[in-house]
Ligand binder design. Structure first.
Ligand SMILES: Nc1nc2c(ncn2[C@@H]2O[C@H](COP(=O)(O)OP(=O)(O)OP(=O)(O)O)[C@@H](O)[C@H]2O)c(=O)[nH]1
Ligand SMILES: [Mg+2]
Length: 447
């Protein structure tokens, strides 16, 4: 996808799902233009690719824990099959669609959509299974539901047998890395460690070691099943102990159930369980909403971050180019003396060939000049660690570019970057205003 196509597609999706961010695309375009001019980006690159625009919420956990039922409830539509045996054998990526009917697409469709941070998922799968078919592991569902606007949800196959494929684990790991929020579901019918087979251990291990472990929520589902024996506290206790044995001591623990699937006969139990569930579910849903806001801030702040990064790299680039200039000047002076001297000497020996000798000398000079220029450029580039800096240095020292002009970054460009930083700051202000109004407490109804 070319940057132009990407801007266009992003814009189309944002207009539908998150219109607040539409204007940020213009800032990214300007940023891209400056970065391309200096050489920090190639023509086919764009900073819009350096961040994911849709927050990703993944739902993982043991099989039959109620992951798909939770998602259906959240969407207000039954789009995922549910049942008491292992139902899902694929990861389902769920996104918004303005069309009424739900469309299911094969996993490869993810590559063509700028909403997904999955560009490399096929590569990730190919690492383990060279001829793997991505469609075997991933599918995409586009659903018409306001709840999913601006977000991406992933439903996953339940962790069960030890036969779990390596690829599934790899994808899970990749998904945890990419996710803004991870919900790990457990089943109150089997909360004890025995239910956490090897693979689940692995899942918990990955989530636990994640630098950003705040994003993982541990959810004990189907607590309505505790009503019969009235043992909610006991079950929650056993579950938390099992998790703490795995080294998870902090983190967020929730206990919920799906109201439309539960049958609780005892009214007292019903009230008590519902109170617990309502409280916890509210918090989970708030967290799912908050990732949308956090993403918006990150996307806007990224413009500021990238602009500052470029401003910081510019003096370093100039310094490198200055060194390059001085060395090339020395090379040229040396070549002129050597070749000029030689030509002068030959000219005195063969006066009738003077124009020819000087012509040949000039060509020789040009040849050596360009050869040495590219050698010096690649030699110096090799010693530059920062990839952006390296790229810009190589671009500015190409053989055909007049080296005496290299590094002349116009005041206009630095000004543009300063402007972008300011624009990003006022955009943040705009977000603040927006979300403060959204979060305002409703006024007391007049009685
Ligand atoms: N009583 C009760 N049953 C539930 C609840 N949530 C889900 N179920 C039932 O539990 C079974 C499994 O639910 P699913 O939503 O298919 O579970 P899953 O985690 O998606 O399962 P896999 O995709 O197979 O891993 C279904 O029969 C649901 O109807 C709940 O909170 N309470
Ligand atoms: Mg399922």
């Amino acid at each position: 996808m070319t940057p132009k196509e990407r801007y266009k597609k992003l814009k189309e999706h944002l207009i539908e799902e998150n219109p607040l961010l539409v204007d940020v695309i213009e800032e990214y375009k300007e940023l891209d233009a400056v970065a391309k001019k200096i050489g920090f980006l190639d023509q086919n690159q764009t900073y819009t690719e350096s961040i994911s625009w849709w927050p990703l919420i993944s739902v993982l956990g043991t099989f039959s824990a109620g992951k798909s039922s939770f998602i259906n409830e959240f969407l207000g539509k039954k789009i995922q099959a549910t049942g008491n045996q292992a139902v899902d054998d694929k990861f389902t990526v769920i996104c918004y669609s303005k069309k009424d009917e739900t469309t299911t697409l094969p996993g490869v469709a993810l590559d063509a959509d700028p909403r997904f941070p999955f560009y490399n998922i096929s590569k990730e799968i190919e690492k383990i299974e060279p001829n793997a078919n991505i469609n075997r592991y991933l599918q995409l569902k586009a659903v018409h539901s306001d709840a999913i606007k601006g977000k991406i949800l992933i439903d996953s196959p339940g962790f069960d047998a030890d036969t779990q494929r390596d690829a599934t684990l790899r994808i899970t790991r990749h998904i945890i890395d990419l996710s803004d929020l991870v919900l790990i579901f457990f089943d109150a019918r089997h909360p004890e460690p025995g239910a956490m087979r090897d693979t689940l251990d692995h899942l918990v291990e990955v989530a636990k070691n994640h630098a950003d472990s705040d994003k993982v929520l541990y959810i004990l589902n189907q607590i309505d099943t505790c009503a019969k024996e009235d043992n909610l506290e006991e079950i929650i206790g056993a579950w938390q102990r099992a998790l703490s044995q795995k080294g998870i001591v902090s983190g967020k623990f929730y206990a919920i159930y799906n109201e439309s699937l539960a049958k609780i006969e005892d009214e007292n139990q019903k009230e008590r369980l519902k109170r617990k569930k309502d409280e916890d579910l509210k918090e989970i849903l708030e967290k799912m909403e908050k990732v949308l806001i956090d993403r918006a801030y990150r996307i806007v702040k990224n413009v500021e971050y990238r602009s500052k990064e470029i401003l910081q790299l510019l003096p370093k680039l100039k310094e490198k180019l200055q060194t390059f200039k001085v060395r090339m000047l020395l090379v040229d002076v040396f070549l002129i003396f050597l070749i000029g001297g030689g030509a002068f000497y030959l000219g005195t020996l063969m006066p009738s060939y003077v124009p020819f000798v000087y012509g040949a000398g000039f060509l020789l000079f040009l040849g050596l000049h360009f050869k040495l220029k590219s050698s010096l450029s690649s030699m110096m580039a090799k010693r530059i660690d920062n990839t952006y800096l390296k790229k810009a240095f190589v671009k500015q020292t190409r053989w055909y570019k007049p080296y005496l002009l290299a590094g002349n970054v116009s005041k206009k460009m630095t000004q543009k970057l300063e402007d972008l930083i300011q624009a990003s700051k006022s955009f943040i202000q705009k977000l603040n205003d927006q979300f403060i109004t959204l979060h305002k407490e409703p006024k007391e109804p007049l009685s």
